[in-house]
Design a protein around this ligand. Structure first.
Ligand code: NDP
Length: 328
């Protein structure tokens, strides 16, 4: 099928602030044989979308942002997936649009009873929480961790998965409302950024640092993350919500007690054969059986993508947020 015609989309023609997210008409995409054409219902909004928009992560201009969403299959060139099948995906860019082409292997069926906004937010953040707790570190009973931005999209899912694995979770947030959400997700103690984190952690954690620090805030928290981990523990720097960490001397890993540092990406942790399917299945199953609650706290119209990005970067959101592209 050749898909002719236009569709509404958010397009970025020059990198910059939220104002470069332009709601406009573009050509509808055409799937290759490995792809499926999907009608988008909801597009997930993630912090990584702001890195692409600002040009911190590079892609060719112009581009349509958005790596994930939920919707229904319009056309499968190989005829393997029936039109109308409800799906969610995590794939390349292009989801802030009425239609997107998705690799067949990056689609999952939406389980019965899972709302489209939840389906649109579950894969990127959920699989990230999964590889952070079951891959980068393999948390188990007796382990402890510190999570920055504990009430964010990844933060709430990471907290729940760490707790489900048996670990004790300390988190850091900026407001009382966020503290409540973090506690509700299972955190034992919630700190503020102004607290001396290393001291707070040791006070609550039997006098020693945590086994793992999960730091998605980056520049503003990184040096405290090094202080808050126990000797031979791991600092997992997985994001840069406050900006990129400055270059630093690896000798610091020695002086903090032979600690490990990793800077992982989801792409590398779903790259092996069967890994995407395994993590996606773990996430959807956890949602279905109720052990993972995905909190979608903001649904913005597609045309209001700039407001969604501003809110996310102004720390005004909690949990996950999505763009509504079509009525379900
Ligand atoms: P969040 O919903 O967590 O939003 C970002 C949060 O970061 C804010 O709500 C805020 O929470 C906190 N924050 C702290 N300092 C700042 C600051 N200066 N400016 C803005 N926010 C700040 O976003 P996501 O869940 O989408 O992503 C969280 C992090 O995880 C990001 O860094 C993202 O890049 C990373 N990530 C990494 C992946 C990987 O594989 N490496 C995959 C997915 C996400 P508070 O007000 O409580 O501080």
């Amino acid at each position: 099928m050749v898909n002719v015609g236009c569709m509404k989309a958010i397009q970025v023609s020059r990198t910059g602030g939220p104002e470069v997210l332009e709601y406009t008409d573009v050509d509808a995409p055409v799937p290759t044989d490995d792809q499926v054409l999907v009608k988008v219902t909801m597009a997930g909004v993630n912090y990584i979308d702001t890195y692409y928009r600002e040009g911190m992560y590079h892609t060719r201009l112009p581009f349509i942002p958005g790596n994930e969403g939920s919707g229904e299959v319009l056309h499968d060139p190989q005829g393997l997936i029936a039109p109308g099948t409800k799906v969610a995906w995590y794939d390349g860019l292009g989801s802030y649009a009425e239609q997107v082409c998705v690799s067949r292997e990056r689609l999952v069926a939406i389980p019965e009873g899972v709302a489209p906004e939840v389906a649109a937010s579950m894969l990127l953040q959920g699989m990230t929480a999964h590889y952070l707790t079951h891959g980068v570190a393999q948390l188990g009973p007796g382990d402890s961790c510190l999570i920055t931005a504990g009430a964010g999209g990844v933060g709430l899912m990471l907290t729940q998965m760490a707790v489900a694995a048996g670990a004790r979770v300390y988190s850091v947030v900026s407001t009382d409302e966020k503290a409540e959400l973090s506690l509700d997700a299972g955190a034992t103690e919630v700190f503020r950024y102004s607290d001396n984190l290393a001291e707070q952690v040791r006070r609550h954690n039997g006098g020693i640092g945590v086994d793992v620090v999960y730091d998605g805030v980056g520049k503003a928290t990184f040096s405290e993350s090094l202080e808050a981990v126990r000797p031979r523990g791991m600092v997992c720097l997985f994001g840069a919500a406050s900006g990129a960490v400055e270059p630093f001397d690896p000798q610091l890993l020695n002086t903090h007690g032979s600690i490990f540092l990793t800077r992982p990406t989801l792409g590398a942790w779903i790259a092996e054969e069967g890994e995407f399917a395994m993590r996606a299945q773990a996430v959807t199953q956890a949602i279905v059986d109720g052990t993972l609650r995905v909190r979608v706290t903001g649904i913005y119209e597609l045309a209001d993508a700039a407001t969604a990005h501003s809110d996310l970067q102004n720390r005004a959101t909690t949990g996950s947020i999505v763009l509504r592209v079509a009525q379900d």
